[in-house]
Design a protein around this ligand. Sequence first.
Ligand code: FAD
Length: 228
Amino acid sequence: MAEYDAVVIAVGMGSVPRLGIEGEDAIGVWDALDFIRIAKMGGDVGRLGEHVAIIGGGNTAIDGATCSKRLGAPSVTMYYRRGAERMTAYGFEIEFAQVEGVEFRSYVLPKRIVVENGRVAGLELISTDPAGNARPLPGTERIVPADTVIVAIGQMRHTALLDAFGVVHDVNGIAIVDDGMRTNRSNVYAAGDCMFKPGGIDAMVVEAAQRGKVAAQSVDAFLCAEVR
Ligand SMILES: Cc1cc2nc3c(=O)[nH]c(=O)nc-3n(C[C@H](O)[C@H](O)[C@H](O)COP(=O)(O)OP(=O)(O)OC[C@H]3O[C@@H](n4cnc5c(N)ncnc54)[C@H](O)[C@@H]3O)c2cc1C
């Protein structure tokens, strides 16, 4: 096993969590990250059908929606569990998606994916209480048309990796670092998207690159101090 004097953890964010609802394994249900990666690399995402439902209200959801439009889906709708003002997508992204013809529905949760012959055939939604932090309202269930469902409900964190390094992190799996991106371990640093948190560091390339540079400077200072 190789030994290192310092380590920078820059593993990005993890995969999209599962919805945990019936029908999730049907053909036509996509993890948004896989869908966007394949579509943008010119790969084949198969038949989207007439109605594409996007679950989520963040940047990745917007990318999934605009990608679907560009691939020719006539009807693309984003379903978000809270009010539009709580969506984490940037305002300019939402405007762009609207210009592309993407529709938005707020205060709804997916309850079940309707499946026929192994394929998505609809999406059952339940309304959420605008005063109740996405609490579902029983009796408000209805089925909307959907041929493809793209799930973009956030990304998981590499918490187990931080734990393996003995790095202290918050409840969301984000390492606690000082201004030099150094963790509680003197020779372990963290930078990039794995440090993203809403209201804090943005999940953008420029931020990731900048924090990476800061981490690199800190590692350099640490190693130079070691050899002195
Ligand atoms: C759909 C989408 C659209 C985006 N659009 C934009 C945009 O338009 N503009 C913009 O600025 N930013 C955009 N971003 C954000 C941008 O991609 C990130 O900010 C940037 O890639 C972060 O860089 P990173 O190196 O921290 O993480 P990543 O680019 O995610 O790289 C992390 C790497 O670590 C690897 N890894 C993970 N776990 C391990 C492990 N245990 N061992 C070894 N390797 C591991 C991964 O495979 C990956 O290669 C977008 C992100 C998404 C998801």
